[in-house]
Design a binder for this molecule. Structure first.
Ligand code: ADP
Length: 894
């Protein structure tokens, strides 16, 4: 069943079950004018009553054409067909209207005539003789009083016309049905009528369509009035002529032979070459006429001819296409009858409406043009009513980011877009352009940013509320322009200006600056500083110009490409931070440190437009930091290493002190004088040890932090060495050791710091004593080797295992860390000696054999300095002894 319904969906139909209408389609409703409610539930019998189907359809056996009548009483000729469904009780009846069958179409003039109600007119179907249409006058003439039009429609002649059966009229009509010939009876004859108090004509005119008599037009014309009118015209013709001549409307009279008369001047103007016009044929000779639908008018269907046939015309639009132009006229016309009721003339009235038509045409064209301009203009135009419903939009508005569309609600675009003001502050629905106009506000250059997804569009809007004549608010208009390009170019310009300024600043800056495109990552630009830095890393680098557009990896960026891209990607996601790395380069053979900062630059749509890179030379900071760290580390090391050394002399001092206190308390100092004196020496000795330790720590710290300074002067190195050896020879011999000084020159002047040289020698000799066997020998030699001087300290002591030889100059390196060693020491001495020697531009080395002895050789350059002021010898004799005491303090007292 469903399938059938679908297939015939365009044709009017009713759907019945058990002869009751269950459903009708819209087409059926359209055809009949009855609503579904009026139709559904009706039986088929009731339906044929409603549709005034005369020969009640035997719905079981449908064939042929039927006349049905709409709710508006209009006859429609239809073919009814029936389709049975599987279920016998279900049926569909199709009502297919026969094409071009409407009498409105087939008999327009007659219908006009009927509607004018001047004469009584009825149209019957042939051959059935069913009433299809009748006017009031006809019903009055022919039917019983109180006859209702709706009750006679669709009924046959004999049931409508009172006294029809057996009348002359019946005979005449039967004859017409048989022969198809028309019948006419002019005025005054009453043999066909029941009424006899008027002058009337009867005409019965069969209308043939496609060779078949299809309609019978029955006209009954009360001509009493017409006769009187024509008499009046004759009487007053002269008077009328004057009036007619001066009428602005054209007026002419045409007789049955198509001769024109009484053509007033306006009418003359409506004809081409009016001087030669005498007949209707003349009118048509040079001019083509068309009706309002553009259908050509010939002599047969010319308005004048129709009026001569008895038709009345009112404002019938014709267009005349004359050699001198196109003119438009509204034609009205009335037939003029003679005493016998025959049409003898037609009075035609023509009004030149050319100007109006042209104006209308112009207005229509202008309107169309305007509409097409509006439709096609690049600005989006939106009209909305007072409730904010969008009533009209143009193409641009439909295509705009707002996606305006007729029928949508205002602010519907908030469903897919976010709106911001130019400061990127979100605009809420209640403050939207349309909302504001609805509140009566006028908008001018109202700028917003519209975000759809990731896309930003800049818009500018103008808008007005619209009021009617009574100042009632009726709606509004909004015009929106896309200003994205303008804003972008303004921003680009601004950016460019700012960028140029920035570039100039950057060019002068003392940091390397480079720009890379994104995402293809190519070199866009860099400053001279950057190029200079790179040139130091890679001297083969091309000219700056040739580097632009190249891949920066290996030139500007030395990090792993994938890692850099990943980092940039992370930054883009986070937005804002920079990517910082520190790198070490060898530039011009020198180690230099750089902080590299990379930063993506975001464009208007949040996309990255380029990546900038800054390289800051942080070598000094790094070196200072490293130094600081080293110093701290050293200091930590010193203190952890020497804590024992600090404690030892302190403990000794403490315990000796306690012993003396005991003697003192017990009053037995006198008896223990020797012991007390020894204790005093022990305290003294340990105080020296303390001093040595502290001196060494201070010096090491000074060296580490760069504050250890040499006071260079030109001195006789032979003397200095000999003097110090002499000063300690007594002490050494007191220890059962011998010391020998030897030299190959008497005098050798070199630039040195005498105090520091003494420290060197004392240190080396102190070690030689410490690690000598009893009765050992110590040799101190100074050799002038021309360009340099050698100072050699040699002993015959325990020697040093070869595995330690490389390390003994390292700080805190001690060969024997056991407590049973024969001397104290902190492991600082040799490292200090090495530093001082190197500060003099010299070097120190050692040779040793276990149990045979060790030889330390200091080599100092034989140079001299330009002295500004001869420094006083800083170390006096007393000082020297003090210094020896200090330097030798960690040798065990024997
Ligand atoms: P310390 O204060 O411990 O003597 P040094 O730096 O002067 O520290 O010496 C480091 C180490 O080198 C000593 O502990 C010792 O083991 C070894 N050393 C130095 N001089 C000699 C030497 N003349 N004979 C043998 N060993 C020596």
């Amino acid at each position: 069943m469903k399938y059938v319904l679908k297939r015939v969906i365009e044709k009017p139909f009713i759907y019945c079950e058990n002869n009751l209408i269950i459903n009708v389609n819209n087409e059926f409703v359209k055809l009949t004018g009855y609503s579904k409610e009026e139709l559904i539930g009706k039986s088929l019998i009731e339906l044929s009553d409603l549709l005034k189907i005369y020969s009640k359809i035997c719905f079981e056996n449908i064939k042929n054409e039927y006349y049905i009548f709409t709710k508006e009483y209009l006859a429609r000729e239809v073919i009814i067909s029936c389709i049975n469904s599987k279920d016998e009780n279900e049926k569909i009846y199709y009502f297919k209207e026969i094409r071009n069958s409407r009498i409105e179409k087939r008999l327009p003039y007659i219908l006009q005539f009927t509607n004018d109600n001047v004469a009584g007119v009825a149209i019957f179907s042939m051959p059935e003789g069913i009433l299809l249409r009748a006017n009031e006058k006809y019903i009055k003439f022919w039917c019983d009083k109180k006859t209702e039009y709706e009750n006679i429609l669709g009924k046959p002649l004999e049931k409508i016309l009172s006294g029809f059966n057996g009348s002359n009229l019946e005979k005449v009509i039967k004859e017409i049905f048989r022969t198809g010939k028309s019948f006419y009876s002019a005025g005054g004859n009453n043999e066909y009528l029941k009424k006899d108090d008027s002058c009337y004509d009867i005409s019965l005119l069969p209308v043939r369509i496609s060779g078949k008599d299809k309609y019978l037009v029955h006209t009954t014309c009360d001509i009493t009035e017409n006769v009187l009118h024509s008499e009046l015209i004759e009487e007053q013709e002269e008077e009328l002529k004057a009036i007619i001549e001066n009428m602005s409307d054209g007026l002419h009279i045409i007789d049955k032979d198509y001769n024109l008369s009484l053509i007033n001047s306006s009418a003359k103007n409506s004809f081409y070459k009016h001087g030669s016009i005498k007949t209707l044929e003349d009118v048509l000779e040079h001019t083509k006429y068309f009706d309002s639908d553009g259908i050509p008018l010939t002599l047969d269907n010319f308005p004048e001819v129709n009026v001569l046939m008895g038709e009345r015309l009112k404002e019938y639009r014709i267009t005349s296409n004359r050699p001198d132009g196109v003119f438009h006229f509204n034609v009205s016309g009335s037939p003029v009858y003679d005493k016998n009721g025959n049409v003898v003339k037609a009075i035609m009235c023509t009004r030149d409406v050319t100007e109006r038509v042209k104006k209308d045409e112009l207005i229509r064209m202008n309107k169309e043009q305007l509409e097409s301009i509006i439709e096609n203009m690049s600005d989006a135009l939106v009209l909305f009513d007072k409730d904010g419903n969008i009533t009209k939009v143009n193409k641009s508005a439909r295509k705009s980011v707002f996606r305006f569309a007729e029928g949508k609600k205002m602010n519907d675009h908030f469903n897919h877009a976010k709106i911001y003001d130019m400061n990127f502050k979100e605009i809420l629905k209640e403050n939207s352009a349309i909302s504001r106009i609805l509140k009566g506000e006028k908008l001018s250059r109202y700028q917003t940013i519209v975000q759809v997804g990731d896309n930003l569009t800049y818009t500018e809007a103008n808008g007005n509320p619209i009021y009617d004549k009574k100042s009632n608010f009726v709606g509004g208009v909004l015009v929106v322009y896309d200003i994205t390009d303008r804003i972008k170019s303004e921003q680009t310009l601004l950016l460019k200006t700012q960028y140029n300024l920035l570039s100039r600043i950057i060019e002068d800056l003392d940091v390397g600056f480079a720009r890379f495109s994104y995402p293809d990552f190519r070199i866009i630009d860099f400053n001279q500083k950057y190029f200079n830095q790179l040139k130091l890393i890679n001297p083969k680098l091309d000219s700056p110009a040739s580097m632009k557009g190249k891949d920066p990896f290996g030139i500007f960026i030395f990090d792993e490409k994938s890692e850099v891209l990943q980092n940039i990607q992370n930054l883009i996601e986070k937005r804002g931070d920079s990517y910082v790395t520190n790198r070490k380069f060898i530039m011009d053979g020198e180690e230099r440190f750089f902080r590299i900062i990379r930063q993506p630059l975001f464009g208007l749509n949040n996309q990255v437009i380029e990546v900038i890179q800054i390289a800051i030379d942080i070598t000094e900071e790094v070196t200072a930091k490293n130094k600081m760290e080293e110093t701290l580390r050293m200091q930590e090391e010193i203190f952890s290493n020497i804590s024992h050394e600090l404690k030892t002399p302190l403990n000794v001092i403490f315990s000796t002190n306690q012993l003396m206190e005991l003697y003192f308390k017990n009053n037995c100092i006198e008896g223990n004088k020797e012991k007390v004196s020894k204790s005093i020496n022990i305290i003294k000795q340990n105080c020296y040890r303390f001093t040595k330790l502290i001196n060494n720590i201070v010096d090491v710290s000074k060296i580490d932090s760069g504050f250890f300074e040499l006071n260079l002067s030109n001195e006789n190195i032979v003397n200095i060495t000999e003097d110090i050896v002499q000063s300690i020879s007594e002490y050494i011999e007191g220890k059962g050791l011998s010391i020998i000084f030897d030299t190959n020159v008497e005098e050798k002047t070199i630039a040195c710091d005498p105090d520091k040289i003494e420290r060197i020698i004392l240190n080396l000799v102190s070690n030689a004593i410490k690690f000598s066997n009893p009765e050992g020998q110590i040799l101190v030699n100074v050799f002038d080797k021309g360009e340099f001087v050698e100072i050699i300290v040699e002993d015959t002591g325990i020697g040093i295992e070869s595995k330690h030889l490389n390390n003994i100059f390292e700080r805190f390196h001690q060969v024997d860390k056991s407590l049973s060693r024969n001397a104290e020491g902190s492991g600082i001495g040799l490292s200090l000696v090495k530093s001082i020697v190197e500060m003099h531009g010299g070097s120190i080395s050692v040779k040793s054999q276990v149990n045979k002895g060790s030889t330390f050789k200091v080599v100092l350059p034989g140079v001299i300095v330009e002295e500004t002021k001869k420094l006083e010898k800083s170390t006096g004799m007393n000082n020297k002894i003090e210094m020896i005491n200090i330097e030798f303090s960690d040798i065990y007292l024997r």
